[in-house]
Write a protein that binds this ligand. Sequence first.
Ligand code: 5MM
Length: 345
Amino acid sequence: MSTYTQELQTTAKALVAKGKGILAMDESNGTCNKRFEKLGIATTEENRRNYRELILTAPNLNTYISGAILFDETIRQSSATGESFVSVMQRLGLIPGIKVDGGAKPFAGHPDELVTEGLDGLDDRVREYYNLGARFAKWRAVITIGANIPSAACIEANADALARYAAICQANGLVPIVEPEVLIDGNHTLDRCREVTAATLKEVFKQLTTQGVAFDQMILKPSMVITGLSATLPAPVHEVATTTIETLLQAVPPTVAGIAFLSGGQTNEQAAAHLNAMNVMFPQTPWPVTFSYARAIQQSALDKWRGDSANVAAAQKILAHRAACNSAASNGTYTVDLDRQLALV
Ligand code: 5MM
């Protein structure tokens, strides 16, 4: 039992408390700027700050959201009134989290595959983030499905890094969110996605075990088992839900504190409907099953805002609406009708 055991267990439970999920707003500057550019928003530090303030101060966000994952720039920023974002979050009851990976980079000797970097100096960075107020962290590994990929080497290298990151976080008081994302891109079948997701999760938990990571003090952020984005016949919602939960049940130890899915490029409605179906069809999973979405919560709000202060209130309403819909999905009470009704409130 380490100095942080109890704190880590409490934080992990709070992140996946009933009816709540995690908001991912940890886009690196490169990713955030790309999204801004598409909408003609100037890619300045002040605009990124304005946008993150819009998100964190959206009315009622804390009813649906337990914590938010920030980027390094954001955790050091403040609101327009000069209150640090960490303090804003603490006041609103939102747990501050931090992305600590250095991004997915080309994997040497393996064309079209990626490995996530960022272990050098991680111990010191994690300690600094804890002192800044962060209580959980996130590291994303990317697994690509294609002809003859993923390779066993890619899965193993990414799983090893995820496990080493998770151990460093737990040693320094941050709950690690372990995110092995199997990309939705491609025309793969549901069965191929199941096979790759199963192999990835199996290796991730093998490495987490080897590194001595405490499962009740971590959150798994997986992708759903889903047909590729360009496949001609997308699997129906109930098949995605069944295959995803069955795959997780085979690979994820029951003591893991919670599952919080990424949305991965699904539409708003798909991301909510799939999560909802899992909770309706499998109400007795060993872990809470919820969300840690970025695009499926943020994108419609960003589309509305477009960098114009006159649109802040309307954009915040849209953001809170998506958070409310996904909160309902985590309880198994989401319907398309509810989505429309909540949009009118
Ligand atoms: C997969 O991306 C994560 C979840 O977002 P979606 O729900 O949109 O799939 C997300 O947290 C991602 O890791 C961050 O946006 C950081 O991305 P970059 O590309 O900037 O590292």
